[in-house]
Design a protein around this ligand. Structure first.
Ligand SMILES: Cc1cc2nc3c(=O)[nH]c(=O)nc-3n(C[C@H](O)[C@H](O)[C@H](O)COP(=O)(O)OP(=O)(O)OC[C@H]3O[C@@H](n4cnc5c(N)ncnc54)[C@H](O)[C@@H]3O)c2cc1C
Length: 371
């Protein structure tokens, strides 16, 4: 029997599990949290995934806002709008991940919730996996789909873990009066905030900020009042929305630095392979696509009895690089145009006066729709 372990039940982990289980592989998925749960994510999903999702019925039965407009504002609140060529839709991870894990379980994936993988060691052609529930597991193949930060990164001594990350991610769901067809990106000192509609008349307000700014103001509420609300567009949103969570969803310690795709023979997918800056709005599409191409290649290189590990690793490296490497680089360069007064004014001015440049950046940080 072809047994595969997937570490992490976000989009990359759930999609690869579904694809492999559908083809008869025995998949065990470990997720440290309990579904359904909220995650820090802007929840704007690029239409890159639309054909794949609809062909495979991967969307929950909900009315989803279709998003075709982009709004950008500078720290001072100067703003512009432009149409999105590809566009996307809004859907909470709370609803999407729950739907996908139900689908995975129905296909026979063994889902272990509230189970953290503490270590994963490759020796003699097999992986030995240590879990937080005291049990060990063995497997021929491991997919690392554990997202932007995990205990495993440190365990594997991944290069980017040697530097502390300056970033902070915060998310809310709110109810307010705003257009449903627009995704906005509002700058503030040290970061930027995304805003767009999701299901059930709700909106997602999610920002990437700086830990040093948070430290200066002492609390998230003080930072929002004194820094984010300096942008009049954000002030309007903060003052005219009903916040639906008791407290914000917060993450820190994540890196946009390049990562190694294969560590100790673990095949990384999604953010564990490389995190694109959130302003590009397609980290989820990349996680879904990488989970799918990895599963497709496993089916090719582990079709018969023998697993062709070296060929699989080389093929995955080639395909991943050709699909995602350039996008991550362009995203890193574009991020430099955000988060300071000067750069945010420049970004708005540039996008306003050189529309083809803005379109080119968007094109270069996105992929083609896939099936
Ligand atoms: C502020 C912010 C805003 C964003 N906004 C958007 C947006 O609007 N649109 C978009 O497309 N992308 C956005 N992204 C990016 C997007 O959220 C990610 O790219 C996407 O969630 C990656 O999916 P994934 O499956 O790789 O990881 P995740 O969805 O993070 O899943 C990883 C899972 O692994 C689990 N895990 C971790 N370690 C272990 C372990 N040791 N054992 C077991 N389980 C483990 C975690 O609990 C988690 O459930 C944003 C990112 C940030 C930071």
């Amino acid at each position: 029997m072809k047994e595969i372990i997937v570490v992490g039940g976000g989009l990359a982990g759930l999609i690869s599990s579904i694809e492999l289980a559908q083809s008869g592989y025995l998949v065990t998925l470990f997720e440290k949290k309990k579904y359904p749960f909220h995650r820090v994510c802007g929840e704007y999903i690029s239409n890159e995934v639309a054909p794949y999702f609809s062909a495979n019925q991967l969307l929950p039965d909900l009315e989803l806002p279709q998003i075709q407009q982009f709004e950008l504002s500078s720290i001072r609140g100067k703003s512009l709008q432009m149409p999105l060529d590809l566009g996307g839709f809004g859907l909470s991870r709370f609803a999407l991940d729950q739907h996908l894990v139900n689908k995975a379980s129905a296909l026979g994936v063994q889902v272990h919730e509230q189970t953290t993988i503490l270590s994963c060691v490759f020796s003699g052609g097999k992986f030995l996996i240590e879990t937080s529930i005291g049990r060990q597991f063995e497997s021929d193949l491991v997919i690392g789909a554990y997202g932007k930060n995990s205990i495993l990164d440190k365990k594997l001594s991944r290069e980017f873990t040697s530097k502390r990350s300056p970033f902070l991610g915060v998310k809310y769901h709110v109810k307010t009066d705003a257009p449903k067809n627009t995704v906005s990106l509002h700058n503030f000192e040290g970061g930027y905030c995304g805003f767009s509609a999701i299901e059930d008349g709700k909106y997602n307000l999610c920002y990437l900020g700086s830990r040093s700014v948070l430290k200066k103001y002492g609390s998230i509420a003080e930072m929002e009042e004194n820094v984010l609300c300096k942008n009049p567009q954000l002030r309007h949103l903060f003052k005219n929305s009903d916040f639906l969570f008791d407290k914000p969803e917060v993450i820190n310690e994540f890196s946009f630095a390049p990562k190694k795709l294969i560590e100790n023979h673990i095949l990384m997918a999604g953010d564990a392979a490389g995190l694109i800056t959130p302003l590009c709005g397609n980290g989820m599409a990349m996680a879904i696509h990488s989970g799918k191409i990895l599963a497709d290649l496993i089916k090719v290189y582990w079709a018969g009895d023998s697993l062709k590990r070296t060929e699989l690793e080389n093929a995955y490296l080639n395909e991943w690089n050709s699909l995602f490497k350039k996008r991550l680089w362009v995203g890193r360069q574009t991020q430099k145009l955000f988060g300071t007064k000067f750069s945010s004014e420049l970004a708005v001015g540039l996008v306003q006066s050189v529309r083809p440049l803005a379109k080119r950046i968007m094109k270069n940080t996105h992929g083609e729709p896939f099936q």
